[in-house]
Design a protein around this ligand. Sequence first.
Ligand code: NAD
Length: 495
Amino acid sequence: MNGAELRHYGLWIGGYEVPSEGDSRIPVIDPSTGEPWSSIADATDADVAKAVASALATGESGWRTSAALRSKSLFRLAELIEEHADELAACDVRDNGKILRETANQIRGVPRWYRYFAGLADKVQGYTVPSDRPSAVNFTVREPLGVIACITAWNSPLLLVAVKLAPALAAGNAAVLKPSEFASSSTLEFARLCIEAGMPQGVVNVVTGGPVAGEALIRHPGIAHVNFTGSPRVGAIVAAAAGSALKGVTLELGGKSPNIIFEDAPMDAAIAGVLGGMFAAAGQSCVAGSRVLVQRSVYEEVVTRLRARADAILLGDPRNAQTEMGPIANRPQLEKIEYYVGAALEDGAKLVTGGAKPQDPALASGLYYLPTIFADVPAECRLAREEVFGPVMAIIPFTDEDEALKIANSTDYGLASGVWTSDLSRAHRMAQKLQSGSVFINTYRAMEPGMPVSGFKQSGIGHENGMDAVLEFTQTKAIWVETEPAAADPFKMRI
Ligand code: NAD
């Protein structure tokens, strides 16, 4: 594709696609071909200021006060996403190379979030508080925070936007979205639909770019709260920047999630679940079950079966309906995978399969990497402790429940855990003792708008989904009314 054919995206501010005030642009590479297919603007401080001003201006539009308007437009938005699902999915596939059948499936799931939170928009309520003074009427109201900055990663662009934006809008806030510089196009196309859905101009704005745009957004005094999904390294920078400006922050970060197979597991389901938990989306999933803990009595059998299934994974063009694993999303991510494969070999893990780029010449220009399995991975190995965010599985043996728990809980992360067993009591014991925000029993990598998502330990701060997510985007105001005002001692507190 030559330069003239590239799609050059602008920013989305106040209900229009507008050019950046600056002239710096970022080329966007299709990872399945290695060729650029579009470019995005590297937004400047002035662009960010315009986007925040446009969001602040919606305070007069009735958006803040009319739950009926919010609910109606969120329901309509859900329909519009369904109508445009194919175009939106095509954008993501070009940006991040995730296979079309997974991307399309995810985007068809996204409207559930807008419908769920549309239904909650008129249920954001305060309460009355009984007082000792009969003449007092004390009550609370929940008010929106104002303008929310939503900064997102590249792996599931519109799902990550939905879990932030749907509750934020339901609560009456406006938003400025800052998608990843590797995958912005679907978020820009999506923002158009918000206008079509009847939202006032400026309720949803999109600025594009990398760290410079992200930092400008967090710093801007008009931003009330920062909701971030990304790596722990950047999460710490975001939290520090938000904290120094005394802004609230929600962080959804990385993981090194254990997927634990006991000898009494429903074995076919466990193999399929563990395989999908690792190699779906080429391992570029925050909840990827990248540590597979296997009871010793079934260890050899499980390693053999996982290897056979991994070797049969069809690697290829993400648009092909048969493909099971597409390319890695971008070059820095591919380099990270290569680093961790090297580290695992140095640290004494046993390479079972993969560990290289595929030989197939048809895949040579794309960023492909083979499904990779290491077995007998020592607990202190970097591969056992640090997030790769790629198709590299670490299999670790254990003897009994206590040892499984000890290994499972031994990293700094706590995003998700999986347990495969037919013993109900064991399943519940494990669920109580695993240190992670989600525990999947005999299933894995499931998501629904009503089920909370949160990271324990260094996997995050705050939570998403459910009514709690709406409340996280509000602040409580306590209102005191005295129905029989009387002069009182001005030097004594009314307590
Ligand atoms: P990243 O941290 O590199 O980038 C995330 C976002 O932050 C991008 O939009 C990026 O432009 C922006 N950014 C980068 N530097 C910034 C700065 N200094 N200030 C403000 N913004 C900045 O992460 P990534 O590589 O895009 O995504 C992969 C990571 O995301 C993995 O660690 C993965 O586990 C995590 N993730 C977590 C969840 C979850 O729900 N917990 C979901 C998806 C991805």
